[in-house]
Ligand binder design. Structure first.
Ligand SMILES: Nc1nc2c(ncn2[C@@H]2O[C@H](COP(=O)(O)OP(=O)(O)OP(=O)(O)O)[C@@H](O)[C@H]2O)c(=O)[nH]1
Ligand SMILES: [Mg+2]
Length: 298
């Protein structure tokens, strides 16, 4: 059978997590209309007869100054070190190619590359022609696939393109395994997704979620979690008047988890202010975003 690893890289908000969920027909990674949603590498394992593709969803490559973003960029770039093929996603609805060209030039890629031109549902025909011409001229060796992850367009072509570059071998994972992340990680991410949904501007980006306890009994799950923010005034915003905001966030996250797991979920959510957590290695470690690999090269 053919099997191997395929990382998915690109700038924030281009649709990497939407694509991995669409490729798997299952939610393994959270999605939001705001940049810098994904903070950890997430595996999405696709199984078919005689085929296993281990997709890696990565944090969007960005130039945020804080240590959090440096760790996220490092994690995305490191995903390139041991893969069989890489997907680089481009937002086809954008007319400025410079940032993608700069990033593509900066990525050390020793594997075949597939350029996925995503969000074609938002691009006009002349925009698509111009982008394809640009990609063919600058990246003649790359395979180019047009897609709309949101509308499931181009998924078969992407899988075929990836399969083409995979070696023959034995499956790495059991057939029923779709991700490397456990339910506690998913709970953290679904709560973060609701922070991104309900909170405005920089507030959700300055928050982290920690799972303090996760208890699973028969068909019921009980979770104690903490929303960690940077400033006292953010704490007040997150809690809201008479606790209205934290209740909405908690209730929506709980409902989403119940739908996902088909079981009863009880969620206790509290808020903690931890100033400077995004730029302090010790605090980053504490909230789960420490650099697990040291400060090695990018
Ligand atoms: N119209 C349109 N929207 C899309 C498409 N793919 C993704 N989106 C939307 O783009 C936004 C960002 O999607 P994500 O999947 O979170 O993007 P990402 O690249 O994972 O972002 P980061 O995790 O921040 O790096 C969401 O609102 C998606 O619904 C697409 O093909 N067409
Ligand atoms: Mg993402």
């Amino acid at each position: 059978m053919k099997c191997g690893y395929c990382t998915i890289l690109g700038r924030p908000n281009v649709g990497k997590s939407t694509l991995i969920n669409a490729l798997l027909s299952k939610k393994v990674s959270i999605v939001a209309p705001k940049a810098q949603t994904t903070r950890d590498d997430v595996l999405g394992i696709y199984h078919e007869k005689d085929l296993e593709i281990i997709f890696i969803d990565t944090p969007g490559l960005c130039d945020g100054k804080e240590a959090l973003y440096a760790n996220m960029n490092r994690s995305a770039r490191r995903s390139l070190s041991d893969v069989d093929v890489a997907i680089y996603m481009i937002d086809a609805s954008e007319k400025d190619y410079q940032k993608d060209d700069d990033l593509l030039a900066s990525l050390k890629m020793n594997c075949p590359r597939i350029l996925v031109l995503n969000k074609i549902d938002l691009a006009t025909a002349p925009m698509m022609e111009a982008l394809k011409e640009h990609c063919h001229a600058l990246y003649p060796k790359d395979t180019i696939v047009e897609a709309s992850a949101l509308t499931n367009f181009g998924l078969k072509e992407i899988k075929e393109a990836v399969k083409h570059f995979l070696p023959e071998g034995e499956a790495y994972y059991p057939e029923d395994m779709v991700t490397d992340k456990d339910r506690s990680f998913m709970a953290k991410e679904v709560i973060r997704e609701q922070l991104l949904h309900f909170l405005k501007e920089e507030v959700p980006h300055e928050c982290a979620v920690t799972i303090d306890s996760f208890e699973s009994k028969k068909s019921a799950v009980t979770i104690h979690a903490t929303v960690v923010c940077e400033k006292e005034n953010q704490k007040a915003i997150i809690i809201g008047k008479d606790g209205a905001m934290i209740k909405r966030i908690s209730m929506t996250a709980r409902r989403n988890l119940e739908k996902m797991w088909n079981c009863h979920v009880t969620l206790y959510l509290k808020v903690l202010c931890l100033p400077g957590w995004r730029n302090d290695p010790r605090k980053l470690q504490l909230v789960g975003y420490g650099d697990r690999h040291g400060q090695g090269d990018d």
